[in-house]
Design a protein around this ligand. Structure first.
Ligand code: HEM
Length: 158
């Protein structure tokens, strides 16, 4: 099955049809998508501002990683489910849309980076990790997650 035929199969599904036929389902799902965006944005910013030496300075980065991780995972699940539903309703349009592929590649890179490099830097003993590495990792993380959001908005604009 090619990627295009899979996208076509998704768009022709009865679920996708129901979302397209409904006047309120797509905006309702997109509202959940935006609420998830607010939570994931908050979780990403709290930790990255700390690694940049800003934000909640009283808390060690390792503690903030542990506190924000459930929110990050929970909101990521909400984004994947709500995004997946939105995707089915207009899958073939998204197949031909570079913004969708920029968003999906950025989402993959942002997620892998967060649970590998950023996690390692956040959990490292502060006396063993140079502040420059913390700032570089936080800056890369903010840029990657911003690309996901920009990709999402870019889809809506076109
Ligand atoms: C953390 C992950 C994600 C973030 C931060 C994100 C962000 C966004 C943003 C900012 C919008 C624009 C909302 C608006 O202003 O109207 C959007 C829309 C959308 N997203 Fe996501 N998204 C994520 C995951 C996903 C996933 C996994 C998919 C699909 C597999 C997806 C599919 C869509 C679609 C189809 C739209 C609607 C575009 C339209 O208006 O036609 N998103 N997303």
């Amino acid at each position: 099955m090619s990627v295009l035929s899979f996208f076509t199969w998704c768009e022709n599904s009865s679920l996708a049809e129901a979302i397209r036929q409904s006047r309120w389902l797509f905006p309702a799902i997109e509202s959940v998508h935006l609420l998830g965006l607010a939570v994931i944005g908050g979780a990403v910013l709290v930790l990255n501002l700390r690694l940049l030496g800003l934000g909640i300075k009283r808390q060690p980065a390792a503690q903030l990683w542990r506190d924000t991780r459930p929110w990050l995972l929970g909101s990521l699940a909400v984004m994947l489910i709500s995004g997946g539903l939105l995707f089915t309703s207009e899958a073939v349009k998204l197949y031909y849309h570079e913004a969708f592929w920029v968003k999906m590649i950025s989402l993959l890179l942002a997620t892998v980076f967060t649970f590998t490099v950023l996690r390692k830097v956040a959990l490292a003993d502060p006396s063993h990790v140079r502040p420059l590495w913390c700032k570089a990792a936080a800056t890369a993380s903010i840029l990657l997650w911003s690309m996901v959001g920009i990709g999402g908005r870019w889809i809506g604009f076109s």
